[in-house]
Write a protein that binds this ligand. Structure first.
Ligand code: S3P
Length: 176
């Protein structure tokens, strides 16, 4: 087993619950929890909406790649990735070679409900939220499906989700 093999990466759309579930899963696994969006913000010294507004999405994606590749090279953790992260070829390849990936699959209704609680996602600002999320589901779900494990998240608490994921991980030696 290589030194970075104990990384669990949570993948999924905005509102799928990657951070909340990740925190619970990290407790169960007794591993650190890292949120890649927070790491990007720390590296940039700016919040994500500000990065999008001042530098643009392309710069955000470049920063996201840099931060994710660093986090994937560093060892044990539960890593909540930003929704667009697994869509970048280089990041996805690195996740596949150095981590176990878990897709938190949610339906449109759940995503709309959960993302409407905050206004910190530039891709959902000033647009029809449901239409945009549906567009992203169409584009991204076939790629998220490449994750090692898929769990459907609707109507479940983060704790329940984490317990289910742990069971799935227990079936896979590499992750534990
Ligand atoms: C994005 C998802 C966000 C954040 C950025 C872009 C995306 O993260 O990285 O706003 O492209 O789906 P969350 O999935 O944690 O909300």
């Amino acid at each position: 087993m290589d030194s970075s093999a104990k990384i669990i990466v949570l993948v999924g759309l905005m509102g799928a619950g990657k951070s909340r579930v990740g925190i619970e899963l990290a407790k169960l696994l007794k591993r650190p929890f890292v949120d890649s969006d927070k790491e990007i913000e720390r590296a940039a010294g700016m919040k994500i909406p500000e990065i999008f507004a001042t530098l643009g999405e392309a710069e955000f994606r470049a920063g996201e790649k840099k931060v994710m590749l660093r986090l994937l090279a560093e060892g044990d953790k539960v890593l909540a990735s930003g929704g667009g992260s697994f869509m970048q070829d280089e990041i996805r390849a690195s996740v596949k070679s150095s981590a176990t990936s878990v897709w938190l699959k949610a339906n449109l209704e759940t995503l709309v409900e959960r993302t409407s609680r905050t206004d910190n996602r530039p891709l959902l600002r000033g647009v029809d939220r449901a239409a945009k999320l549906q567009e992203l589901m169409d584009k991204r779900y076939p790629v998220y499906a490449e994750a090692d494990i898929t769990v459907v998240t609707d109507n479940q608490s983060p704790k329940e989700m984490a317990r289910r994921i742990l069971k799935e991980l227990e079936k896979r030696d590499r992750a534990l």
